[in-house]
Design a protein. Structure first.
Length: 95
């Protein structure tokens, strides 16, 4: 039972990544976002490095967590974001 559960979690995770990539490749629009929070603990190697960004799409405000492993983003940065027009919570930074 645990093996089936583990495989299901892995499969769902991979399918989600494929779906997100499809949405951003086929239904995206570029918007500006502002970095609100940067999280990168210096001594915890196992913790995700991420940034919270705020952006506006179709007159609605969104706040999403994006990858910041390379630590390029700093607090207050204005960055370009690729946002899915069908699901605006699907977002990635455009560098």
């Amino acid at each position: 039972m645990l093996i089936i559960l583990g495989l299901s979690v892995i499969t769902i995770s991979k399918l989600q990544k494929v779906y997100y990539a499809y949405q951003l490749a086929n239904h995206s629009q570029t918007v500006a976002g502002e970095v609100l929070i940067v999280r990168s603990p210096e001594f915890d190697l196992y913790y995700d490095h991420y940034a919270l960004v705020q952006y506006k799409f179709n007159n609605k405000n969104f706040i999403q967590k994006i990858d910041n492993k390379k630590q390029k983003l700093i607090l207050g940065d204005t960055i370009k974001l690729k946002v899915s027009t069908q699901h605006p919570e699907i977002v990635e930074a455009v560098y």
